[in-house]
Design a protein around this ligand. Structure first.
Ligand code: BJW
Ligand code: ZN
Length: 267
């Protein structure tokens, strides 16, 4: 988005844009019984992992249609397995950042908390979050593309064609993530939509809000009366429909939000 687009987008709406929570958000957070958070790739930038669509992101080199769908995998399995192997190693080597840890703290400070993540890197779990719905799967998992049998890790030794295959049927192993055109894990979206609708405060963190059905969640929350807040280094495609937009890195803003809530409970 150009600087002019950004200014126009900011002028077009009357809501709060800033890096600090408004008084309204402070009071909504303090009285919230239920909080739901949706996270995207921006959440893990401060852990050293690239986003998809930002300059220098994962799709600067390959377009999504070359990698993140079943047809691409069948066309060039070595490329796709190799790309996911590299990303799996990066995810396992990365550490949760202060934003991940702040969400884990938030979970312990409110009666109901649901974390819906589009991320496949497992960093929320490693930061201590518990009630997590991984709507796009997890990069650590692998399964057979033909029979669905989960890999057990012993398939790692490459065969003649250097591709990992299923022990039962010799089918190719694919990552346990959700590609374009595929259904989300069973029940995952309906549970996420329920949590969004029940939330007093809904946070949309580090996502461009262009991939569906995840991008519906802030609207579901807003239509059910939630106070819907975006946390992003720049306003996303959904910024206009937010109650408030906090512009800045998740690793700084989320710890501030968690501190607001925790301090108010201590006093
Ligand atoms: C920071 C930051 C910092 C940076 N702090 N912020 C309705 C309308 C139109 C299309 C569809 C529709 N419904 C379904 C579709 C089709 C499709 C879709 O959405 N297409 C659109 C792109 C047009 N959806 C699907 O196919 C989904 N399935 C489905 O709907 O099933 C039903 C169905 C089945 C069959 C036929 C029809 C329907 C599945 C979607 C799967 C998405 N998969 C991917 C790949 C996962 C595997 C992998 O990891 O490789 O998931 S795509 C990719 O995008 C990945 C992400 O989870 C997802 C979202 O990206 P995200 O997280 O938002 O990242 P970015 O890079 O886009 O944004 C990063 C943001 O961070 C930016 O805003 C930065 O500013 C910000 N940021 N630093 C805070 N420090
Ligand atoms: Zn198989």
């Amino acid at each position: 988005m150009s600087q002019n687009d950004l200014v126009r987008q900011r002028e077009a709406v009357s809501k709060t844009y800033g890096s600090e929570a408004s008084d309204e958000l402070c009071s909504r957070l303090r009285s919230a019984r239920s909080i739901c958070v949706l996270t995207g790739a921006g959440m893990s930038v401060e852990s050293g992992l690239a986003t998809f669509r930002d300059p220098g992101g994962l799709w600067d080199t390959y377009r999504p249609e070359e990698l993140a769908n079943e047809a691409a995998f069948r066309r060039n399995p070595a490329l796709v397995q190799g790309w996911y192997d590299a990303r799996r190693r990066q995810a396992l080597d990365a550490e949760p950042n202060p934003g991940h840890r702040a969400l884990a703290k938030l979970e312990n400070s409110v009666e109901e908390f649901t974390l819906v993540t589009q991320n496949v890197d497992g960093l929320h779990q490693r930061a201590g979050s518990e009630n997590i719905i991984e709507i796009h799967g997890n990069i650590v998992d692998e399964l057979c593309i033909e029979c669905g049998r989960p890999a057990d890790g012993t398939e790692a030794a490459p065969g003649d064609d250097a591709l990992r295959r299923c022990r039962s049927c010799e089918g190719l192993l694919r990552p346990g993530v959700v590609w374009f055109g595929e259904m989300l894990p069973e029940g995952a979206f309906s549970r996420a939509a329920q949590a969004a609708a029940a939330a007093d405060v809904f946070l949309s963190v580090g996502t461009s809000s262009v991939v569906y059905p995840a991008a519906e969640l802030p609207h579901i929350a807003g239509n059910s009366g939630s106070y819907v807040v975006e946390v992003n280094v720049e306003p996303s495609a959904a910024a206009n429909s937010m109650s408030e937009v906090l512009v800045g890195p998740a690793g700084s803003i989320l710890p501030e939000l968690a501190a607001l809530l925790i301090q108010s409970q201590d006093s």
